[in-house]
Structure formats: C-alpha cells, structure tokens
Design a protein around this ligand. Sequence first.
Ligand SMILES: *Cc1c(COP(=O)(O)O)cnc(C)c1O
Ligand code: SF4
Length: 456
Amino acid sequence: MTGISRTGLARPVIRPSPRRLEVYTARHLPAIPELARLDPDHRFAMEVVARVLPFRVNRYVIEELIDWGRVPEDPVFRLTFPQPGMLEPEDFRRIAALLRRGAPEAEIAAAVAAVRARLNPHPAGQRRLNVPRLQGRRLQGLQHKYRETVLFFPAQGQTCHSYCSFCFRWPQFVGERELRFAERDAASLQAYLRAHPEVTDLLVTGGDPMVMRTQHLAAYLEPLLTPAFAHVTDIRIGTKALSFWPFRFLTDPDADALLRLFERIVAAGRHLAVMAHVNHPQELESEAAREAIARIRATGAEIRTQAPLLRHINDDPAVWARMWREQVRLGMIPYYMFVERDTGARRYFELPLARAHAIYREAIARVSGLARTVRGPSMSATPGKVEVQGVAEVAGERVFVLRFLQARDPDWLHRPFFARYDAEATWLDQLRPAFGEAEFFFEPGLRAMAARAGAA
Ligand SMILES: *Cc1c(COP(=O)(O)O)cnc(C)c1O
Ligand code: SF4
C-alpha cells in the first residue's frame, strides 16, 4: 500500500491490523470455547464426524463469519463445522461406538478408512481420465479435461485456510497421500503448456493456492508471462481466501507482493481472474473481505464467483439473489452455480435437480441482468459440466432439458438433450434418456474415450 502501484493509488486504504492465522483441527475441537454453548451430544457428534471428514477452521471464521446466536443453524457454522447428519446413520453409529468405548486408535483408524472408502473419494473419473501425460510420464499435478483449460495443483497449495464440510477434494485433506494431486515442478507445467498450444486457460487450484507464499506462486506464473506462452491468455486462481482469510490480500507479510504479482500478470497483457468461492452472502459482510475485494480489483484482476448449491446452507433463492446482487455491487461477476458433487457428505447437502433448478430460476428472476451471468445449476460429471436448463413437456413427456457447458468432446457443447423427469434424481447418473432412447447421445463417445484411456 506504498509506492506508486495502481493498487496504492486507486483509493485510500483502510489497513486493518494484521492478524495471525490461528487454526483449529479435529484434535482441537474440544478446546474451541464458542462450542461450549452446544449440548454435549452435539459436541460428541461433531467429534465423530471429524474423525472421518476433514475439519479445519480459523479464528477469523469463528469470530467474524459465524453468527453464534444462530448456531447450530448458522450457514457458515454448517459450512465449516462437522454436523451430525454428515455420515450415514450406520457409519455414524459404528465410529461413535468405538469412540465411546475408547477403542484402540488402530481399530478406529481401520473403521474410519472403511467409511471413507464408501464415500466415492474420486468422482468423475478424475484419476483415470484427466491426468495428462508428457513423454509417457503422468503429470500428477495437472488435469486436462477440456481442450482450452489446464488445471494446475501446485504442491504448496494443497490445504485451505479453513475446510468446507462439503468439499469434493476432501480425500486429500484427510492425509491420503496417494489420493493427492500435486506438482512441485514448474518445469513440468511449462513443458506441458509448451506442448499444448490449444490451451488458452491455466486454472491454478488446490486446496487453495492462496495458502502459498507469493514467491512460490510467482515461480510458477512469472515464466508463463514470456512470449513462449503467449497462447496462455487467461490465468485463473481458484480460491476461498476472500471468505476464509482475506488478510492474504491485506496484511499478511507478502500480501503486497501478491498484489504486485497480479499487476505484473495484467501488465503482461494476460487476463487474470480470481475465481472466488462464496457460498453465502454472510461471507462478504466483513470489512476485511470488502477491502480485499477492492484491492484485488485495483490490480486489474477480475473476480468471478462460484459455489455449489447446498441443502442446510444456501438452498433458498432469496439467499442466492442477495449474494449475487451484493457480488455485482462489489464488482464481482457471478459465474457458476454448481450441483453438490456425488462424494463425501453428499447425503447431507444434496438437493433434487428439479429443486436446484427451481432455486436457480427463482433467484435469477430477482436480480438484474448484470447478475444473470451466472450459469447453472451445473453438474461436474465424467463427460463434462451438464447444466439443468429447465423442465419441459415435450411430445406428452415431462423432461429435463440439459446441455453441456463444458465437455470432453467440444462437439457435445450446447446441444440440448433430454432426460426423463425425475423428481428425486440428484445427479446425472440417476437420469435416464427421455423418449424411450437407450442412451444419451454422448455415451458411445465417452465409452470410446474411457477405452482409449484404459489402453494407454
Ligand atoms: C470447470 C472446469 C474447467 C473450467 O471450465 P470453464 O467453463 O472454462 O469455466 C476446467 N477444467 C475442469 C476439470 C473443470 O471442472
Ligand atoms: S476452500 Fe475449496 S478446496 Fe478448500 S475445502 Fe473449501 S471447497 Fe474445498
């Protein structure tokens, strides 16, 4: 906030006092003073669930995002703290019984591993179909599913400032190293991008890449600003730090260096987008979050927002409408509404697709065109991102109208296709083609791709 950078000049800066990231994990649950107000059964249930699913929360989230007067219903509380309903009743009883009788750690660990294995730790063919190769070597820290966009998982960015209780990346947070995507080698990233001139977008993701030191992020990104990588016109950074740790952009020791890096990326003629994950408008109410948004925007970076639709947290059109309006007012661009993925604690969070679409439609109807940039509800499934466009009556049959917003084969994009209406279905694999057809139009192509991946 000194010197002559655009960030410094753009507006007077209110510098909040620096804060240190104080984090609690499952071991510390009993030591969080705010939880004392919950009844002992609820607290015990949280410990049971935290044995299976990742838990990590910091004091900023506890003090400034959660409304403790509304706990346990508070949305940010449910977003970050384990809740009794997040495990199947049978699994819950098993782990609870082991903890109650003080079973040996090894026995608990074995039971926990069995429960985790049942939670579909790798949805949507991520391992088998998306990990690319370079000269025969599998690049574990990259995913290349859609032609234009490469996902990059830097090794230093594979945790988060807090964890979301619904996160589909949960397996990597519970320490299963073999399930972890990560790359520490900037040279592999560069070699892959050099070999793939069709790639226009690099999406740095995690975990949360904003847990990384700026110098590490710069080591990956600066080389890409040279003419050899002119084809990589767009750089996106997926993060929840605006919600979970806005001080990353304000007062952390290398916060200013980060904003300078953003400015250099923009000055190099690249489009820089911070893809902010925001589940609830409450996350944007703090002074620190607003200041962080302003500082990022002053670098010339854009902020686009995305989030899944979650039962118990944001399954209300009024919440989405308020959130999108607020985002637009703050200069952010609403981008995606996702359907909760088919993994982890999905039973707690999932909603029927019909309900998801109704919420989207009602919310969209309440905002101006500037917020109608948001697409969805979209399922990130094995063949691609499938949007539920609506429910219609065609030739006497009630159907879902669907389309690909992203597809493994670009030829599948934006072709309307139809599934039999099903009031209960929550995911693509539960839908059947309409009009008596045997399969969806993309299925033969997808089978052929899977066969090629298996043979490779
Ligand atoms: C969503 C996603 C992208 C980006 O898709 P856009 O439509 O360009 O936002 C890229 N790769 C994967 C694997 C994705 O899930
Ligand atoms: S911040 Fe993102 S990666 Fe981290 S737990 Fe939440 S959803 Fe998952």
